[in-house]
Write a protein of this length. Structure first.
Length: 268
């Protein structure tokens, strides 16, 4: 079996590599990273192991920006249709049996129209038809979600199966073009939540709990109006430990006050 892993240099692709090596030790595994012009691409490229193929796709130019989905709380972090295009590129360039994409539970909701199971079904129907003269049954897969993993569970699994702290922290997930881990973006906040629960320390340009948008995300979690249990599992236990508050009503009041203090600092 030939597996192609869409590799980003981040946590999800690292865990997929570990999972493929564990479950399919006899498989031929290839890895590809697509430089699509994102501002943080230099950080991803630095984090890539030497075995990863690097390919350039002229997608985002200096005058183009990431966008937000209409119902998203995560800000402008989306490149429309990216996962569909990358899956097709991988199929065309490598003709693998399986293409692995790093989708997790908590991310495969109905609003993720290029990262949920409806998308997966339609993509696999298209792949089976288009590539049938060249390779039978090329299949796109979400191996992490299929294992029942949210982001916390995937990192925890990798750590328990031999991944070192240095390897995990050596991945790059930050969505900012600034040097280092910004601390502002939602992915830095998610990494902080997971790593702190597992006892890891990662450096951030600003602590994620000093950022208004991240604190507002915690409020949404506590209100139960937007995020599911997988996303809460990544962050809420770490937030409770950081503020030393277990009761969620007390935590809500604390975070609300913290937001007011951050707003005052931003005014100065």
């Amino acid at each position: 079996m030939k597996i192609l892993i869409l590799y980003s240099g981040g946590l999800d692709s690292f865990v997929m590599k570990k999972l493929a090596e564990t479950k399919y030790p006899d498989a031929e595994i290839e890895y590809v990273w697509y430089d699509i012009g994102q501002g943080y691409n230099y950080k991803e490229q630095r984090a890539l192991p030497g075995f990863v193929d690097k390919k350039k796709v002229d997608w985002l130019t200096p005058n183009q920006k990431l966008v937000a989905k209409s119902d998203s709380k995560s800000g402008s972090i989306i490149i429309p249709g990216r996962n569909a295009v990358l899956a097709i590129l991988g199929a065309s360039q490598y003709l693998p049996d399986e293409i692995w994409m790093g989708a997790l539970l908590g991310e495969t909701h109905k609003g993720s129209t290029d990262k949920n199971y409806v998308f997966l079904k339609h993509m696999n129907e298209m792949l089976a038809y288009v590539y049938s003269p060249f390779k039978k049954n090329i299949t796109l897969k979400f191996p992490l979600a299929d294992e029942g993993f949210g982001k916390f569970e995937s990192v925890q699994w990798a750590y328990k199966h031999g991944a070192t702290i240095e390897e995990l922290i050596g991945t790059s997930s930050c969505l900012s073009s600034e040097e280092g881990n910004c601390g502002h973006c939602v992915v830095c906040c998610r990494r902080w939540g997971i790593f702190s629960q597992l006892g890891f320390t990662e450096e951030y340009n600003i602590h994620p709990m000093k950022v208004k948008s991240n604190l507002e995300m915690v409020i949404e979690m506590l209100k139960g109006t937007h995020y599911d249990e997988y996303r809460k599992r990544e962050i809420l236990p770490a937030v409770k430990n950081y503020f030393g508050i277990e009761d969620e009503d007390d935590l809500y009041a604390c975070i609300t006050k913290e937001i007011e203090e951050v707003e005052e600092v931003e005014k100065c």
